[in-house]
Unconditional design. Structure first.
Length: 268
């Protein structure tokens, strides 16, 4: 198939509704992976989130299950999410960065993660691609061979999500770590059976009831993203988006040695 261009994956409006996804039989037939298949016992997981809240939306249940197992992951926040409220009279970017950092710590606390397991890189929100080399360098410094590394997906449709995945894939190749990629905005811009998505590489993790409960609570910690903005814009995370991301499963594209999941991969 043709390589997927970022312009074709537009995040606007309400996106594909959850009822459509649930009505697609192939969603319920995706192969399952167990917790130990994703992150073997005793292995450190490193979760790389472009913005505060992506760690919860993409993999909050996984984080809770790892914490419950006694293997709390290291969570790396790439940006402080300070560009989520453009034109706000309530928040300066600095205030928003501080507030969203606190939201991230509160959310992670609800997943069982201590503040010392959160590494804040504070790259500029919306400009991760321009800081590729700096991000790769920061990641290489932290990663250890054998870590199981997870990030957003390289074709997720949000420039920071894609740039983060690319930097993580470079760092993982250098550090010899498997790299799993978790979609966030795929569920918004794609449609069931969408040929732009490499469905055959997608695995799903069933969340325990406790992990589901903790994930719900952790999402609520990100109040700045769940409420209407003072410039009249709707919430960054509309109820429809939250609904799509609170399934009892989380989804991960498998590591591909020497290849990058996402743009250019053939659909299935
Ligand atoms: Zn994000």
């Amino acid at each position: 198939m043709e390589p997927v261009s970022a312009a074709s994956r537009v995040i606007q409006g309400q996106g594909t509704c959850e009822a459509q996804w649930q009505a697609w039989p192939a969603l319920h037939a995706l192969p399952q992976i167990g917790l130990a298949g994703l992150v073997p016992v005793g292995v450190r997981a490193v979760i790389v989130a472009p913005h505060p809240d992506d760690e919860v939306l993409a993999s909050g249940g996984l984080i809770a299950m790892l914490a419950a197992r006694g293997d709390p992951p290291l969570v790396i926040g790439v940006t402080d999410g300070d560009a989520s409220h453009p034109g706000s009279t309530r928040w300066s970017p600095e205030e928003l960065a501080a507030f969203r950092h606190e939201e991230a710590l509160t959310g992670l606390g609800r997943l069982g993660i201590e503040p010392q397991n959160y590494l804040r890189l504070s790259l500029p929100d919306g400009r991760v691609q321009a800081h590729h080399a700096q991000l790769v360098e920061s990641l290489v410094r932290v990663l250890r061979a054998g870590d199981a590394v997870l990030s957003t997906w390289a074709a997720d449709g949000h420039p920071d999500h894609e740039a983060t995945a690319l930097a993580v894939s470079v760092a993982c190749a250098a550090a010899r770590c498997p790299h799993w990629q978790s979609p966030v905005w795929l569920w918004h811009w794609a449609a069931p059976g969408d040929r732009r998505v490499p469905w055959a590489q997608l695995r799903r993790l069933r969340l325990t009831p406790d992990a589901q409960r903790r994930k719900h609570l952790a999402v609520q910690a990100h109040a700045s993203q769940l409420t209407a903005q003072d410039n009249g814009a709707p919430p960054v995370l509309a109820p429809s988006a939250v609904q799509r991301l609170l399934r009892p499963f989380e989804y991960f594209f498998m590591p591909l040695p020497g290849r990058r999941a996402g743009a250019g991969e053939s659909g299935a």
